[in-house]
Design a protein around this ligand. Sequence first.
Ligand code: HEM
Length: 253
Amino acid sequence: MNQFDRNVTDKHRYKFDAMPAKLDFIQSATGLFLALFMWGHMLFVSSILLGKDAMYSVTKFFEGEYFFGKSYPIIVSITVAIVFIIFIVHALVALRKFPNSYRQYRIYRAHMKQMRHSDTTLWFYQVFTGFVMFFLGSVHLYIMMTNPGNIGPYESADRVVSQWMAPLYLLLLLAVEFHGSIGLYRLVLKWGWFEGSNPKESRKRYKKVKYIITLFFLTLGLLSLAAYIKIGLEHKERVGERYTPTSLMPSQK
Ligand code: HEM
């Protein structure tokens, strides 16, 4: 036994680094939160498909009007800030998964092509859509955080058309929906949730559910975006005007 070995106590010898497991847990927990948040978010945004008044009521609900009798857009800012922080933490821990050189990227691509294993390919899509969201997600979250009082049927539709957010929203929608549903699928596999007696059959079932969820939220998202574009085009000449709900409009007899 040399001097170095003598200095290494048994305690040190058997101490293992728990950090990778902790980072993996943070990745999963923040990913799960964001994916579930996105489901809720998509359902609220799609209220526009039920009409302008429906979407207006949803925005007023989140501004606390039905609880406090008055709108407090700061509630929206605080909520977005919390989501933004979780988004940043998730992206930060995800950094360790990105290929960090062209060489690593080439090795991964070659491996992926050779394997032709669908889950390996899905991981690549997840990293790619995650990368895209660094930019698109941050722009959207920042604008929402700093303009909380400007969310509504006309306000949002004007942003989509007259402020050119439509292309960004389209790309963000695709990235989020693919990333989120692949992420949930991988979470279920990784942590063994809902696993029956036959893992092969379970995997097939998860894939089917993932496909249905992606299709459902993509369709809902595209229809909602189309509705905002339609309203934004019709409202182009009166851009900046805020929406007044039918119940508050002077009656036109
Ligand atoms: C800049 C933003 C984002 C980046 C860079 C990013 C990146 C990543 C990466 C690279 C992974 C794979 C981690 C692994 O292989 O273990 C991942 C997992 C995941 N992401 Fe994201 N992501 C972002 C935003 C989001 C958003 C907005 C959602 C919600 C729709 C989300 C949901 C998930 C889920 C559910 C997982 C699975 C977690 C796990 O495997 O433990 N991510 N993300």
